[in-house]
Design a protein around this ligand. Structure first.
Ligand SMILES: Nc1ncnc2c1ncn2[C@@H]1O[C@H](COP(=O)(O)OP(=O)(O)OP(=O)(O)O)[C@@H](O)[C@H]1O
Length: 591
């Protein structure tokens, strides 16, 4: 492997995308990561570890600051530089659910595809991937199997094999040990050590640093609140004693007792301090839930030899001391405390769902009546205020809105196009454009409703509104639940789509803008997305059965929605606007 370059991060800020009031998710003043080392990024859930990794992988565009690899900026003209992306092997969280090809062989070949132009492509195709399979603990006979037929752990190994096969200079792995058994973790640890000793670098987000450290020089970077809270040269860099290892961990921000801890104590202390505050301790879980704690015990028993093995490594191996090069310069800047997404606490979500939906139906009726551009303009003006107030709810959908607007123009053009003789019939174009614009307005008003009304409140509202029909003997349970679930799934599936798009981008290395999938690559997102939909439907069915759906127990009884004066005002305003729009339409059609 050619000696690769260092990462330099300078004054970096990453903000939440698609929000009216973007939140700073990651803020790093300066950080340098050098090849020949394994960087283990740890921290509690939501600390910003994945955000850091995705930023390095070119999947999150910086709001400000600089990311450089080997002296070159990762971003150029708001796109990640493809040449640099080719130096990275990225495995994101749950990347084992990314499969779109029908065999393991095709999946591996797809991972190698971006390297076809590079000189080592031929060598990789010759058998580099068989070696990668072996190193990930998979036999070559899986090559012709459907990736979805592999077990969860095998799929995780395949995801790692896809990354390793490309022999990238830098490995960027997000929680690679999740779902791996002990042997798999040991194989991964050995692969990482081999990679680092060969001059490559690795940045690994993990909640289990002790599973991966031990065979090569490594640095623990700990994160909290979207910032780096500490770093330390850990065990293998100071293998002389556990006390030295404990000291290194203390420097990384861990609180450890003054006397040298035993290996098990050390592992427990680290695990304890990485535990989110609201998670139960093993002891609490033991008391609360016997079967689950038994499983934890089994896990612990399984990991104990690893911890011992790791410590034995630390004590016995005389790893070379790290060179005298300057330590990564990590400085800290406080990031504003995490706030919920503005859409989640939009003041309009306090309105009764019946008032919101009633208002929407009234305005929609007013819009759909308009048959002239003048009437449509008046309807748009009437909707301007609610749309302005709800703009933060529209931002996540801006891609869809933009796409629809482009489609509107194209369809309108095509509608007016005449081939013989070639000319544009403006009137036909305008009629089509008018119809599609009416729908655009209706869509813009409807989108915020998915965020303003929670599925539970929607279900309750439907039950209350439709109760008279229930008295006639109609079973409305299925209907109300279906509507509530559809509204629950829309934002959920949007997030799911974004996740698969990121995984496809990380594998495809096309250098496209984050979130943009070239049309020819669409199926690589669509297939895993559809598979995830099917899995979700399956899980949902089970969950509904467990909760007694169908037995009449699933009604949201016990609380009632009550309309307030604000709700009345909202409905009154919508009814007033709808009436004015109706009068306008009557007047326009009469004149
Ligand atoms: N697109 C987004 N919009 C808004 N907030 C986001 C977005 N992506 C991430 N966040 C928030 O940023 C914070 C950091 O998320 P991140 O996924 O980086 O955490 P993490 O340290 O990797 O957590 P975990 O260990 O649970 O995976 C979280 O609070 C998360 O909710």
């Amino acid at each position: 492997m050619a000696l690769t370059g260092s990462w330099v991060i300078d004054e970096l800020q990453i903000a939440s995308p698609g929000s009216a009031a973007p939140r700073v998710l990651l803020q790093i003043e300066r950080l340098q990561l050098d090849p020949g080392r394994l960087y283990l990024v740890t921290g509690r859930s939501g600390a910003g570890k994945t955000t850091l990794l995705e930023s390095l992988a070119g999947l999150r565009e910086p709001a400000s600051g600089r990311i450089e690899l080997g002296g070159r900026s990762l971003w150029s003209k708001r796109r990640p530089v493809r040449e640099l992306l080719l130096q990275l092997g990225v495995s994101l969280q749950h990347s084992e659910s990314q499969w779109f090809a029908s065999t393991v062989r095709e999946e591996l070949n797809y991972s190698l595809r971006p390297y076809r132009t590079r000189s080592r492509a031929a060598e990789l195709e010759q058998g580099g991937w068989i070696e990668a399979l072996g190193r990930s603990g998979l036999a070559a006979d899986v090559l012709d199997r459907d990736p979805w037929s592999l077990s969860g752990g095998e799929q995780r190994r395949l995801a790692l094999a896809c990354v390793m096969a490309c022999q990238p200079d830098w490995l960027l792995l997000d929680e690679p040990t999740a779902g791996l058994d002990r042997a798999g973790a040991a194989q991964l640890r050995a692969s990482l050590a081999r990679h680092v000793r060969a001059g490559g670098g690795a940045i690994v987000v993990t909640h289990e640093p002790w599973l991966l450290a031990g065979q090569c020089p490594h640095v623990i970077l700990s994160m909290a609140d979207g910032r780096l809270s500490g770093q330390g040269q850990a065990m293998a860099a100071h293998p002389q004693s556990l006390a030295a290892a404990a000291q290194a961990l203390r420097e990384a921000g861990f609180r450890l007792p003054a006397e040298p801890p035993t290996p098990t104590q050390l592992a427990r202390q680290i695990a304890e301090q990485l535990r989110p505050p609201d998670n139960p301790t093993i002891e609490e879980a033991l008391a609360a839930e016997a079967p689950r704690s038994a499983r934890k015990e089994a896990d612990e028993a399984e990991n104990a030899p690893l911890v011992r093995e790791h410590t034995a490594d630390v004590l016995s191996r005389q790893m070379p001391q790290p060179d005298a090069s300057p330590q990564p310069n990590v400085s800290m800047t406080r990031v504003a405390a995490a706030e919920p997404d503005p859409a989640e606490r939009h003041s309009w979500s306090r309105f009764d769902p019946r008032a919101l939906w009633g208002g929407y139906v009234l305005l929609t009726a007013g819009i759909l009546q308009q048959q002239t551009w003048l009437g449509l303009g008046a309807a748009a003006a009437a909707c301007a205020y609610p749309l302005w107030r709800l703009r933060s709810c529209l931002l996540p959908w801006q891609g869809l809105i933009r796409g629809y607007s482009v489609m509107l123009l194209l369809v309108a053009l095509l509608a007016g196009l005449q081939l013989q003789p070639l000319q544009l019939e403006l009137e036909s174009s305008l009629v089509t454009a008018q119809r599609l614009t009416r729908l655009l307005l209706v869509m813009l008003l409807g989108i915020p409703l998915t965020q303003l009304v929670s599925p539970l409140r929607l279900k309750r509202a439907l039950e209350q509104v439709l109760r008279p029909l229930g008295r006639l003997g109609l079973r409305l349970e299925t209907f109300t639940l279906l509507i509530a679930l559809i509204f629950r799934f829309v934002p959920l599936q949007l997030a799911q789509w974004e996740r698969f798009a990121r995984i496809a981008q990380a594998r495809g290395k096309s250098g496209a803008k984050p979130g943009r999938i070239p049309l020819r690559e669409l199926h690589r997102v669509l297939i895993p997305f559809m598979m995830s939909l099917l899995r979700l439907a399956d899980q949902m069915t089970t969950a509904l059965q467990v909760r007694g759906f169908g037995s009449g127990r699933s009604k949201t009884q016990g609380w009632r929605l009550r309309m307030g004066s604000g709700d009345g005002l909202l409905l009154g305003a919508a009814a007033g606007i709808a009436s004015l729009l109706w009068l306008l339409q009557q007047w326009l059609s009469a004149s």
